[in-house]
Design a protein around this ligand. Structure first.
Ligand code: SAM
Length: 271
């Protein structure tokens, strides 16, 4: 368990293994963050050697995450469950949501303990934001977690975020079944935002190979497979698209480059 009294910012809890790359830290390296180690940067560099997007794909994904949260908050969503939330960076789900609605509540869920370690410093003072370490593959644990139950009210609409996390599930782990389990728990009027590695660009298969080999996960799926995750929901315009095309705030530059096509997603509303 955590040493909650530790004040040294460089202190690393023993759960954090710096000899093996972690998804959260590799993503941070792609984003140009500083919460990563040499093993993580090695994966990001090898990925970019095969898929030279200069980290644009990660930044486009993160930008769409925030446009989506803003959209949902503007529709009146005031509670968010952000699964596979990643390391806190420059901006985060709770700050975007709370800019629209200061009362908005957010629970961050990630299975990498480094997320809790870093989030702790940022979120300590905010009683509307919680962080738990749990695995998306255990929906029962997340949905019935003592930090979630009684904090989020599942009888009212929730904004469920599954942003750039489902591609870390193998086919054998039944990603569709898992996503369906979460959707079933949502009240009518809830939203789900989901983004996913897209196999549209042939180069994506090379990035996938690097990630699978060095990180163990990172599956690209095609558009119909990504659309399938939204079954039972009404897709919000413009539907499932490459992330730069989802309600852009600036004109989209065509043709989309590698960083533009590598992630696709959208938002669906539960009728
Ligand atoms: N959602 C953030 C975003 O889009 O900016 C972060 C995405 S990052 C690519 C994926 C995150 O999902 C990582 O922080 C990783 O630790 C987490 N993750 C991967 N598999 C997970 C699982 N089975 N359960 C919970 N979190 C998971």
């Amino acid at each position: 368990s955590w040493n909650w009294t530790h004040r040294d910012p460089d202190y690393l809890p023993p759960e954090i293994d710096t000899t093996k790359p972690s998804i959260a830290r590799v993503y941070d390296a792609f984003l140009g963050g500083k919460d990563n180690f040499a093993v993580d940067r090695a994966v990001a560099m090898e990925g970019m050697r095969h898929f030279p997007d200069r980290g644009e794909g990660a930044r486009n994904n993160r930008a769409m995450l925030f446009r989506g949260v803003k959209y949902m908050a503007e529709q009146g969503i005031d509670q968010f469950l952000d699964i596979g939330s990643g390391l806190p960076t420059m901006d985060n789900t709770h700050s975007v949501a709370q800019r629209i609605n200061p009362a908005a509540k957010v629970v961050y869920v990630d299975n990498d303990p480094i997320v809790l370690a870093h989030a702790r410093a940022i979120l300590q003072t905010d009683e509307r934001t919680r962080v738990i370490t749990a695995d998306m593959r255990e929906p029962g644990v997340i949905l019935n977690h003592p930090e979630v139950e009684g904090f989020l009210d599942f009888s009212r609409p929730v904004g469920l975020l599954l942003v750039a996390v489902v591609h870390h599930l193998a086919d054998a782990e039944d990603p569709n079944g898992l996503v369906d389990t979460y959707k079933t728990r949502l009240a009518p009027g809830s939203y789900m935002q989901l983004t996913h590695f897209c196999s549209c660009a042939p180069e994506m298969r090379e990035l996938e190979a690097v990630l699978l080999q060095m990180l163990g996960t990172g599956r690209a799926r095609d558009m119909p497979e990504i659309v399938r995750f939204f079954d039972g929901l009404d897709l919000v315009e413009p539907g499932v698209v490459h992330v730069p095309e989802w309600r852009p705030e600036e004109p989209v530059r065509y043709p989309l480059d590698l960083g533009g096509v590598c992630v696709a997603g959208g938002i669906g509303r539960k009728p």
